[in-house]
Write a protein of this length. Structure first.
Length: 138
């Protein structure tokens, strides 16, 4: 096979996705950055900028979404409420919380309900990506 044919074959076969993530983040720049970084790591990415949108997207795509990356400080519906609404939809929903501030009571409440990964902003992308991969692989 010559170089042109090999290039055509590799372009025709997209790389396998490593999983699908719903990123819920109200800061527009952070949302775009997370989408770009995660897409470069071969994740399929849905995005939501507020709690209502997050719930709508999750309801429409819960069979596809492997992990939700959830900010707690969201407009319209808080991240804690979003988590519990998603849990009603799917008791096995996998969530990684990333927030600028974690109230101890809220953290304890969602930890008891099954969230095991918490990241305080600003976070290190490599650690976040490792946590997302580990959630998908289990």
């Amino acid at each position: 096979m010559d170089a042109i044919s090999e290039a055509s074959v590799s372009k025709a076969q997209p790389a396998a996705r490593r999983g699908t993530i719903l990123v819920v983040e109200d800061e527009e720049l952070m949302l775009r950055l997370l989408k770009r970084v995660l897409s470069q790591q071969d994740f399929e990415v849905f995005t939501a900028a507020d709690g209502e949108e997050a719930i709508e997207i999750y309801r429409a795509h819960k069979q596809e979404i492997d992990v939700v990356l959830l900010d707690l400080g969201l407009p319209k519906i808080s991240g804690v409420e979003v988590f519990f609404k998603m849990k009603e939809e799917n008791p096995n929903v996998r969530v990684v919380v990333a927030s600028g501030f974690l109230e101890p009571e809220a953290k304890a409440e969602i930890a008891r309900a099954g969230v095991s990964h918490f990241f305080l902003k600003p976070y290190i992308f490599e650690e976040l990506i490792d946590a997302l991969r580990s959630m998908i692989e289990r």
